[in-house]
Design a protein around this ligand. Structure first.
Ligand SMILES: Cc1cc2nc3c(=O)[nH]c(=O)nc-3n(C[C@H](O)[C@H](O)[C@H](O)COP(=O)(O)O)c2cc1C
Length: 213
């Protein structure tokens, strides 16, 4: 057995206390996201894990990139027919998770999801490099494919088809807006007495509570 019992870290970078936090969690997110974006040891501040519940009741987690956040919530882009797309179609819910180790911070977001307007997805799709646009069009995300050559062949065909022309956004590719109804901010503290502040939406107001670590 490879035991990791002695692998432990002291958390002492910062604190999260009621008198200093924002009353709106999206504003608190903004503060923390800016800190993470400015920290040179965080390589992709906008990488987040997203968990959805599968048909067998088991959650499934994978990384995606946050591409925008607004006063309403968090936007990312994917294939609507992917495993996550199908799970979102069923439950309209997901859990997003950020962990920025160098800041000793995590954020857990429970959200209701909806597709963003087509013109927003078009705008983002066409802002990506042409190779990424073609890659998205070539990949039946989450489907079993015979081999890698199948995908490369498909990409080659599409490169030829759209040479000198704009690649249309595939109808099954676009953005989701995750509208939070619960957001927990976790700040590592000494002696495992970490700070956990949770915001829960009650009507139009955010109720703020502290959770034991
Ligand atoms: C850092 C990172 C960022 C990623 N960003 C995205 C993304 O923005 N959109 C996406 O569809 N997949 C992204 N992926 C791939 C997903 O993790 C996943 O493999 C893919 O979306 C298929 O997931 P699913 O079959 O569970 O739906 C990313 C992977 C990593 C490691």
């Amino acid at each position: 057995m490879e035991n990791l019992h002695d692998k432990r870290k002291i958390y002492a970078k910062s604190q999260l206390i009621e008198s200093e936090i924002k009353q709106n969690p999206l504003e608190q997110f903004r503060d923390w996201f800016l800190d993470a974006s400015e920290d040179p040891s965080v390589s992709e501040a906008n990488a987040m894990a997203i968990s959805t519940v599968e048909e067998d009741g088991c959650p499934r987690t994978r990384m995606v990139l946050l591409k925008a956040y607004t006063h309403e919530g968090f936007i990312f882009y994917t294939n609507y027919d992917s495993k996550k797309g199908k799970a979102i179609e069923r439950s309209h819910k997901a859990c997003l998770h950020f962990f920025w180790p160098s800041l000793e911070r995590q954020i857990i977001i429970k959200a209701e999801l909806e597709k963003v307007a087509g013109n927003l997805s078009d705008g983002y799709f066409h802002s990506r490099p042409k190779g990424s646009q073609l890659g998205a069009a070539a990949s039946p995300q989450s489907q079993v494919v015979p081999d890698r050559a199948f995908l490369e062949e498909k990409l080659k065909q599409l490169e030829k088809e759209y040479e000198g022309n704009e690649v249309p956004r595939p109808a099954n590719w676009g953005g989701y807006l995750a509208k939070p109804y619960e957001i927990e901010f976790w700040q590592g503290r000494p002696n495992r007495l970490h700070d956990r502040i949770v915001y829960q939406l009650e009507g139009f107001d955010w109720k703020i509570s502290r959770l034991a670590p």
